[in-house]
Every structure is written in C-alpha cells, then in structure tokens.
Design a protein. Structure first.
Length: 208
C-alpha cells in the first residue's frame, strides 16, 4: 500500500495538468466572453500553475475519493466482475507476449489457474516478488496514472459534460460533450494497454 501511495504521489503533476486543462476549457465554453477579457489582464496559465503547487494534492484527493480502485478498474476494462488486468494474466495475456516462458511458469506454479479471481491472486503473488524492480515499479506507476486519468475523465463527463448539455445552447454544448467523451475513450485505450503491459512485465521478469 505504501508503495502505491508513493507512486500516486509521483503522478500528481500529470493529473493536475489534465485537471487544469479541463478547467480552462470549461471556462472558455461557459464564460467565453468573460474568459477572453480575463486573459487580457492576467496570465491564466501562470495562475493555474501557481494554484497547482499548493492545492493540486487536495483537489486530486477529493476527486479520486469519488471513485474506488475497483470502480476505476471497471471504468478502464469495462468488466463488472473481475475487472483487474491480472484476472486474465495466464489465460490470455501470457499467451500474447513472446517474452513470457509459459513452460517455466508451469514448472514453478503447476497447472496455471483459469478462474479470473485465481489468476489475479497468483499474478499478484508473483508481482510482490518483483515490487522493487525498477521496470515493474515504473510500469505500475504508468498504469496507476492512466487509471486515475480515466476516472477523472469519466467524472468530467458526469459533472461537466451533462450540466453543459442542459445549460449551454447548441451546438457548443454538443461539441463540448463529444470532446469529453472522446477524451475519456482516448485515455481508456492507453489505460488498457498500460494495465496489460504491467501484468506481462511481471510475468516476463518472473520467467527470465
């Protein structure tokens, strides 16, 4: 748990960039005239950068509190049951990565599990052996970042996109909503790939 907290802390600047960008965009959409005038008198990017240094951890903490780790996995992999990428570590992912020696895995752990929950349990056991490995640590950090970005993008759709559809006149509201949906789907693709890569990196290290 402490390891994951440390990795999340490293991801705070990137999460704040996404949050800041979306705040600037929503301000430009909802208060476009006022926002244009404000830009003339103030350096908006400098203001957000300054605010980010002081309040970003608090804002991100509150946003991340809306969605649990399990729910974040569902938002990434679109599976209500066993959404974690380790749940298909041996039945699917290990077969797709040529770095992984499945024969060695079978020698080490016997018959590889097929049940998703058992696959994730065994994979996590293997991961704990390599948690201090730099490759694994960076892979884990990248997945956590992509997962948190995904949940934030989903929250943007709920708390920014839907209200804008109701409040702002067409076609601006529709264009903005489509932008948020595309942003979510784009980030999801990256998160899926990062999660699966994290899983296969662990198995590749185990079978070196």
């Amino acid at each position: 748990m402490e390891k994951e907290i440390n990795l999340k802390a490293k991801n705070t600047p990137q999460l704040w960039i996404l949050l800041s960008a979306n705040i600037l965009i929503i301000l430009a959409v909802v208060f476009h005239a006022e926002f244009r005038d404000l830009q003339k008198d103030f350096d908006i990017l400098f203001i957000f950068k300054s605010l980010g240094a002081s309040i970003a951890p608090l804002i991100l903490f509150l946003l991340n509190g809306f969605v649990s780790s399990h729910q974040k996995a569902i938002l990434v992999f679109w599976k209500l049951k066993d959404p974690l990428p380790g749940s298909e570590a041996f039945s699917k992912l290990s077969r797709q990565d040529t770095r992984i020696d499945r024969k060695k895995l079978k020698q080490l752990y016997g018959i590889l599990p097929k049940k998703p929950s058992e696959q994730n349990k065994l994979w996590y056991k293997i991961y704990k052996k390599h948690v201090s490995n730099l490759i694994i640590s960076e892979s884990h950090r990248a997945f956590l970042l992509a997962r948190d970005l995904t949940s934030m993008c989903f929250l943007f759709v709920l708390f920014l996109g839907i209200p804008v559809l109701i409040i702002i006149e067409s076609p601006t509201n529709i264009s903005y909503f489509i932008y948020l949906i595309l942003q979510y789907f784009f980030v999801v693709i990256g998160a899926k790939n990062r999660g699966r890569r994290f899983v296969t990196n662990v198995l590749a290290e185990e079978t070196k």
